[in-house]
Each structure stands twice: as C-alpha cells, then as structure tokens.
Design a binder for this molecule. Sequence first.
Ligand code: ATP
Ligand code: MG
Length: 391
Amino acid sequence: MNTIFLLKYGELTLKGKNRRDFENKVIRNAKYVLKDHNIEVEKIFGRFVIKTDSVNEEEIKEIGHKLSNYVFGLANVSIGVTVDNELDKINEVALEQAKKYVDKYHPETFKIEVRRPFKNMPGTSTKIAADIGAYVWNALPDLKVKLVDPDMTIMVEILEDFTIISSEKLQCLKGLPVGTSGKVGLLLSGGIDSPVAGYMAQKRGCYLNCIYFHSPPHTPQKTKDKVFALAEKLKQYQQGIRIFTVNFTEIQLMLRKTTDMQYFVLLGRRMMIRISNEIAKRYKFKAFITGENLGQVSSQTIENLHCMNILAKIPILRPLITYDKNETMEIARKIGTYETSILPYDDCCTLFLPPNPRTKAKVRQLEFEEAKLDFQSLVDRAVETVEMVDL
Ligand code: ATP
Ligand code: MG
C-alpha cells in the first residue's frame, strides 16, 4: 500500500504551453520542498500525484504540511492510499481511513463518494458507494450519513489498475508557481514589510533575488545577518535565493553632508533605485518589489512614490500598497518572518533620519539637490562594491 498525494492546481484557466509550464514548475517546486523525502512523481489520469512508500505517519504528515504551506500554485492536496481493485480490500481500507479521520477530527456526519472513470467494476457508482458506506457505518455506527456537506468525505477513485482512497484534503497556498512570472529584484530591508512583499510576489509566480543596502559601520553586522535570515525564510518557497549587498555608506554620508536633510530619505531611495537599475540590467530582472505602502509612513505618499517610479527602468511592484499594517503583520507572523523583523537592529534608513522628512516632494526639488553631487560616480562606485551571495 502506497501513500499518495493528489495535487490540484489553483488557476485552471491556463491552457496549452502556459499550462505545461505551470505544471512543470509546480512539480519542480514540489520536488524541491520534498527533497529530504523519498518520493516519486507520477501522472495518473491527467493529474500529477506524489507517491511515497513511507509508512511513517509523522513523515506523511510532514510531506502534507510542506506541500500545503510551501508550494505556490497548488489549490489543495488530498492524502490517500492505493489498493487493488477488489471490493473487500476497498471496504477495509475505506474503513481504516474513516477510523483515522474520526480519531483526528471527530466528525459526526459522512459520505462515500465513488468515481469510476473506467467503469471496470460491476454495479453503479452509487451502489458501490452505498455498499462501502454500509460497511463503514456498521463499524462506526455513531456516524450519520449526510450527502450534502458532510464533516467527512471518503473519496474512492477506481482507476484502471488500482483504487485511490482518500479522506483528508489539505488547503494549499494557491497563486502561481514561483518562476512562472520570471525573475525580480526584491528590495529587502530588515523591516516587517519587505519580506511580506517578497512572499506576495512569490505567490504571483515571481522568482526572487534580493537587494540589500548596508551602511557599515553605521549599521551593524547584525542587521545584515537579520536580512540574510529573512531571505532564508523566503528561500523556502523557491529553489535557492541570491542576495546582492550594496555598500551604501559613502552615499549616505555624502547626502548628509551636501543636501537638504528634509529630502534625505527620498534622495537615498532614488539612489537605491539607480543602483538597482544597474543590477537589474546585468542580471535580467523584470521588475522590482518593495514593501512600500500608501500613507503608512511619511515618505510613502503618491507624490513620493512617483519620484521613485520615474527613475526605475523596470516596473516597481508594491504588493502591500493597500494593506493595513495589521494585515501585513498577520502575514509576517504566518510565514515566520515577524520575529526576525522586529529584532531591534538599526537599518540604514533609521540611522540618519531627519526630524522633518518631506511628505510631498517634487521631482525638480530632488533633482536640484542631486545636482549638488556627482551622483553618477557615486552610483558607479556603489555598484562596484556589490557582493553577491547565493543561499
Ligand atoms: P520595511 O518594513 O520593509 O523596512 P518600511 O515600512 O519600514 O518597510 P521604509 O523603511 O520606508 O518602509 O522602506 C520602504 C521600502 O524600501 C522597503 O519596504 C524596502 O523594499 C525598501 N528599502 C528600505 N530600506 C532598504 C534597505 N536598506 N535595503 C533594501 N531595501 C530597502
Ligand atoms: Mg524599513
């Protein structure tokens, strides 16, 4: 008897080549999250299934957990077992599955659902379902049969060579498989927002590379470690993650010395975009992702976001733009980045924060400030410092 995981995809409107690409990437990502388990992927009746001959309940639970929490593109996963096409065995295993489910979830009502794409057994599907139902009920008489919306559904799929019996269906992350939308650059700081923004972008099929601006010795090594720890978390959803660390110290010192401090944050952000443009060109990113939000902090007004947009050579996507801070924090907790994000180490932007940052800057004011520095050579030098690490 094998345990089998039946995968159901999220966005099924995809067709043709896109659909194949979608399927290939889901499978590749699923294999990646299950790399420590002995599994096989098979296509049965047009659907992918993952098989394991492990009989260890803990391991089976772990595989289900990983598929439902770390693979974008899956809608749900049913966990079942395979048996020979013999009614006695089917009855027995259906009862076994029901007992397990009862122990775990204490359902009051149930039904048996039979699917028989090959019509290779005598009787109608309804009759077979009724027979299995009677067998199960005989052993578990406290359960009541309920055909619409029962607490427990035992699915019996009688295929050509064997039958799959499943009782448990796990909800998955949905979205698109990581990789189907291409490679993007996540501007990753040590805060709460940008890791969540990265996760949301992964949900829409983006494969992340991270860009982090570091200002040693003003920002401690601990901040960098924290950013790398956050990237590790995001790596759980994709195969490997690359981080570009940019030394931002010279730029920040120069801005502080030369420009009007009320524009400090925005001028810094514009330098980040200029440097990111160079990295994006070399490594072929299709978009940038940031954790920016509308109106949450004084630098994030539509006017200020515009001052970034006009510099970027590729789109800046801001998955959190409409989120309340609470909503973002809830996701951060769910994906396990929150605890790391709130560690109290200085970020390069909190460091030289001016007392009265500009809320509605005009592009020409910023350009006026920038004319005071030789920003192109600052950008060039910062690009030369870029350190690339693959986690
Ligand atoms: P976060 O929680 O992600 O730091 P925030 O609400 O604190 O976001 P800001 O600090 O204003 O907002 O930063 C806005 C966005 O700019 C961040 O979400 C991130 O995408 C980018 N960013 C800010 N600082 C850095 C940095 N040092 N390195 C890389 N990206 C950064
Ligand atoms: Mg921040």
